[in-house]
Design a protein around this ligand. Structure first.
Ligand code: SF4
Length: 165
């Protein structure tokens, strides 16, 4: 898996202060894509073991407390990214069980295949769906267009993340 950016401190992509990883690779080709440079799987930089270690260190940092990890892109659920994302989220939940994981994808929840669905138990929040330019609305929280849905998958997310229509 390749990635484009990693923000060790981010307050925009999800609830609270977070670490955010933008991975490379997306098949959806949405008109008006705000991250076109991330669509190619071979763009960006290799996501290494050292990067995963860095994320765990940042999430464990007690000086700047992060609420969790956000995965965006590109598409973290691109089939070629799923094995590396599964390894990452497994590590995060093992080493940082108090942190939540949010993930953005261009697939709808009901379109996910078996391999993609294997990630769901590790995700607290999934924001799904392609970006639809005709439905774009800059006032939407955590989404680009109103067709996208914020799925609060875990009990923790249901209790702490506001339900957004
Ligand atoms: S899903 Fe996101 S990254 Fe992929 S084409 Fe659509 S807007 Fe761009």
């Amino acid at each position: 898996m390749n990635y484009h950016n990693y923000y060790p401190v981010d307050v925009v992509n999800g609830l609270g202060t977070r670490c955010t990883l933008f991975v490379a690779g997306c098949v959806h080709q949405c008109k008006g894509c705000y991250n076109q440079s991330t669509q190619r799987l071979d763009s960006g930089h290799p996501f290494t073991e050292e990067m995963a270690d860095q994320i765990i260190r940042d999430l464990s940092d007690t000086r700047i407390k992060r609420r969790g990890l956000s995965l965006s892109g590109g598409d973290p659920l691109h089939p070629a990214n799923v094995p590396a994302i599964l390894e990452l989220v497994t590590r995060v939940k093992e080493h940082c069980p108090d942190k939540d994981i949010w993930c953005w994808t261009g697939y709808r929840l009901d379109e996910l295949d078996e391999a993609q669905r294997a990630l769901l138990p590790y995700l607290d929040v999934l924001i799904d769906g392609r970006f639809e330019q005709e439905l774009a609305d800059p006032s939407l929280l955590w989404r680009g267009s109103s067709n996208q849905v914020i799925h609060r998958l875990s009990q923790r997310a249901q209790e702490s993340v506001p339900a957004v229509e």
